[in-house]
Write a protein that binds this ligand. Structure first.
Ligand code: NAP
Length: 314
């Protein structure tokens, strides 16, 4: 029996024909609106909103298999009410995203982009004892806001750089603490004591706007903010202002509130390293993400439990 499914067209080259057996596929490009019809599954990218209207237009839908660890592009409450299963792709992107987080930590601490720009400008006049002075990591404090899969993977890389580790999460992580020497603290202490604050909580009603004028003011003067989680955790105008005033030392961001638009004031702010949402962008990881999404679809459409359902994760 074949099943009708909608799959993001951008995934085509990441999938093998053998993974797609028994599926009658409609490939959907990012520019196309979600159509109305009797499809049983949709495999969207995180840029496609799947809410009440889309669910209403797809009355036969049984699963939304999101190709991301985050799922803030899906109205999970509306889906649950319709008994539509929602799945994500956690785990396989943990190490790639942790690596990219470290790329941002090092790039902001040691002013990499400014250095590259200076060399490219042709205005570099040679070694100077006070040129592009940055932050030495050894002995500093890294604060992880969120210590799930990615937060912990970032933390496990920290001892090699001689960093002291703090973290905030809803529940304690004794094994992580034992392995890395990390200490669990409340958010106020995390913000006040960290030289680098790295965000690893999902986007949710409790975390949206968690980095705002008031919380930025509680950070150490000159501290670095890193975000590889979701853009809406940060009030971008407040962040731009903190950078303009030198209250914050630097910001390394991979994600934005209104992707692909970046707040113009943030785009113009000093001491930023801004990446185009490439946390999980390695070939192997992207293939595994696409594979898990399709495995979830195959399981659900064949009457089996999904591999990675999102209910109960937040
Ligand atoms: P995860 O394993 O579910 O970890 C989430 C962490 O956040 C957990 O430690 C959780 O605490 C904590 N948390 C949740 N809500 C909280 C709250 N209200 N206050 C304090 N802590 C809270 O997720 P993950 O796999 O590490 O991924 C984290 C996020 O990264 C995803 O949601 C996604 O948005 C983002 N991401 C981005 C990229 C990218 O391309 N840039 C790639 C992958 C993922 P408990 O452990 O106590 O529950």
């Amino acid at each position: 029996m074949t099943h009708r499914v909608l799959i993001a067209a951008e995934l085509k080259s990441l999938l093998e024909p053998s993974q797609l057996s028994d599926l009658e596929i409609t490939w959907l490009t990012a520019r196309e609106r979600t159509p109305k019809g009797d499809w049983e599954a949709i495999v969207p990218l995180l840029s496609r909103w799947v809410g009440g209207t889309e669910l209403k237009h797809l009355p036969s839908l049984r699963i939304v298999a999101n190709v991301a660890a985050g799922y803030n592009n899906v109205d999970v409450v509306a889906a649950e009410m319709r008994k539509v299963i929602v799945t994500n792709t956690p785990g396989v992107l943990t190490e790639a995203t942790a690596d990219l987080t470290w790329a941002l930590i090092l790039a902001t601490a040691r002013r990499l982009v400014e250095g590259v720009d200076l060399v490219r400008s042709g205005k570099w006049t040679g070694w100077h004892p006070e040129q592009l002075l940055g932050l030495e990591l050894r002995g500093r404090t890294l604060g992880l806001f969120g210590a799930g899969r990615i937060g912990q993977a970032v933390g496990r890389r920290a001892p090699a750089f001689g960093l002291r580790l703090l973290y905030s999460a809803r529940s304690p992580k004794p094994e992580f603490e034992q392995e890395t020497g990390a200490a669990r603290v409340d958010t106020s202490r995390l913000l006040a004591e960290s030289d680098i604050v790295s965000l690893h909580v999902p986007s949710s009603p409790e975390t949206t706007g968690i980095i705002n004028r008031e919380t930025l003011a509680r950070m150490k003067r000159g501290a670095i903010l890193i975000n590889t989680s979701r853009g809406d955790l940060i009030r971008e105008e407040a962040l731009a202002k903190a950078l303009e005033l030198g209250q914050l030392g630097a910001a390394g961001l991979d994600v934005y509130a209104e992707e692909p638009t970046i707040h113009p004031r943030l785009l113009a702010a000093p001491r930023t390293v801004l990446l185009p949402h490439i946390g999980s962008a390695t070939g192997g990881t992207r293939r595994k993400m696409a594979a898990i999404a399709i495995e979830n679809v195959q399981a659900v459409l064949n009457g089996k439990p999904p591999l990675t359902p999102v209910y109960g994760q937040v």
